[in-house]
Write a protein that binds this ligand. Sequence first.
Ligand code: SDX
Length: 393
Amino acid sequence: TGGVTTIDPGYKNTGSCVSGITFLDGEKGILRYRGYSIEELAEKADFLEVAYLLIFGDLPTTAELDKFHADIKKHAVVDDDVKKILDAFPKSAHPMGVLSSLTSALTAFNPSSVNVESEEEMYNAIVRILGKFPILVAWTMRKKLGLPLYYGDSSLGYVENILKMMFKQPNEDKYTQNPILVNALDKLLILHADHEQNCSTSTVRIVGSSHAGLFASLSAGISALWGPLHGGANQAVLEMLEAIKEDGGDTKKYMGKAKDKADPFRLMGFGHRVYKNFDPRAKIIKVAADEVLGDLGVQDPILDIAKGLEKEALEDQYFVDRKLYPNVDFYSGIIYRAMGIPVDMFTVMFALGRLPGWIAQWREMRLRKEPIGRPRQVYIGENERAFKAIADR
Ligand code: SDX
């Protein structure tokens, strides 16, 4: 039931992974965090509650959640020298490269986060990064936009405070207390929070398995997520939809390109390594996109183009034969854009959502005292041969 198996205590980490955090069934399109369905969590929980669930295994009581948030707030500040590192980047730097660098740099200012052996030491490193990471996200965006860097307001909720840090203007604050935006971001972050052993999570686990610190492991995961075949797809989807719009909405041309083996173009936001059915997150985000744009009174032709493309693909034999459905990245960028988030910040928002999942997976691996990750290979190279002097080659 739900893939639960007992693990032989002698289990050795040979590259495949055993985890009790997230269950997904690619054929049935099922996704559960610690046994709770993504549909229920997206509807009924908030992001910090889901972060607690993923990391510690159970939904928190009010007292547990309040303490968790209070401990996080204690660390919602970064060393002022981090601003000097941020300033050293050109405005043209991609925010994922900035975020990965700043996350790794945090190690220098938080040395206690490196050699963690006890649950308490791990907890301290975890609340530190949950306090500091949203600041890095907000400052990365504001640096790019040439805006002053702000801290948030500790009286606000976790997600509301993130919006405040991202969008506060010197003389106005239109984003705080806007429930539409807070709820939209909360839901998106929940839907991105974990996804079993995807590329970036596997990266965090394998880097963490060498006992490199949590922040260094997360920095590696951010770099892996950056790729357009992974989290970078949410930016690539919007760029593709924009190109189709500029092309007069010619979706058939892009469908043709996606099927042309001679053309490296892929329909971004479609397909998945595991889901061979609808990505359950895409279903929820598609509905949320309609709701959020409606609530914000935003008419975005890009959403209509996306829906048209989805309809065409779901009726196209090439896509049907290959079980290519919209994935989590297909509609998410439409909401981010409606919220005023720059397109090259979309994957940073994915990282913000995935942070608790990465942390949960790192903690599970460390608490289980797993050996260093060491995937094996199938050797297909040369058999042994004798060296030949260069004069004889
Ligand atoms: C994420 O793993 C995770 O859980 C990731 C993620 C998470 O939450 O962490 O879910 C987040 O990364 C979602 C994926 C975002 N990436 C994209 O949307 C980029 C576009 N998608 C593709 O590049 C692709 O679908 C991948 C990378 C997602 C999967 O790539 P695979 O494993 O190579 O795809 P496949 O082997 O299943 O492909 C089978 C066939 C191939 O054609 P044939 O050789 O059989 O003729 O389908 C084709 C592929 O060429 N194909 C596509 C396609 N995806 C696969 N053709 C056109 N457009 C596409 N998007």
